[in-house]
Ligand binder design. Sequence first.
Ligand code: NAP
Length: 297
Amino acid sequence: MIKTISYLGLGTMGSGMASNLLKAGYKLTVWNRSAEKCEPFARKGARVADTPADAVRDTELVMYSLSNEQAVEEVVFGPRGILSGINEGQIAVDMSTVVPATSLREQEAYAKGGVDFLDAPVFGSKNESVDAKLWIMAAGKKAVFEKVKPVLEHLGQTIHYFGKNGNAAAMKLVGNLIVALELEALAEGLILAQKAGLDLRTVMEVVKVADFRSPLLVSNGQNILKRDFSTSFALELMLKDAGLIEKFAATLQSPIPALRVAEKNLASAVAFGFGKENASAIIRALEKEARVEVKGR
Ligand code: NAP
């Protein structure tokens, strides 16, 4: 049974997960590029490491949730990175959203040192991370998955096993393709409703119950009506994921025409300065074009 864990990357997602590991009683070591994010964990008894290599030297399981491919490159493969400190017999779990090719590259690099690896990205956002209600996907050797599963159960409400390495990363991109299109659809729909003079609160009441309803549409729609774009999933991360989906779909010649439209609007929202806001701020790019502002009365 795993008792000691390193968690690297204490951002929106990682901080919630690391807190839940502490609550569950694991002996935790943490590392974050900006050291101040480690302080609340130190106060609760976690060991704070100076480098990724130092963070992974004495635990059974190493988990990380990092922004993007470049962060994984630096934290895993870089000087004083995880690979320079991890030892045979340890297990590494990447919970970041990356392309499957990156997961496979990680797996190969770890395997050279006798380290097992799972790609285990998540659905859900800040609240689900804090409340241990994430929807987790994992891929890698089945025996390794079975060993790590009891730990993942402290973080999520569902855990799906996807077989060989890279498959969980692929599923994450499939899901985020759908998320991007839902946000684009919500933005276009709300602007059309506003221009048509509909009462937007009643519009959202219908979105809540009709056969196209989804929790994502409801929570983002309600926040848009309140003009609340506080971040749980940053728009710039959604744009990053759109790029990953594009890259991945290209390797399989899978068509993504609608994603390209959403990607263009995400990029224009970033250009308007909304990159750090929630991904639902995609509507702010379309509002500029439509010369309206969607608001609940
Ligand atoms: P975040 O709040 O921006 O945190 C990103 C983390 O990565 C921080 O710890 C950050 O360190 C670190 N980082 C970034 N660049 C780095 C670098 N070059 N070297 C070392 N560390 C670096 O992001 P998040 O929302 O937690 O997302 C983490 C991952 O989960 C991403 O892949 C994202 O796509 C995915 N995800 C996010 C959500 C969501 O709703 N937020 C949902 C599902 C999946 P600093 O603190 O020093 O900046």
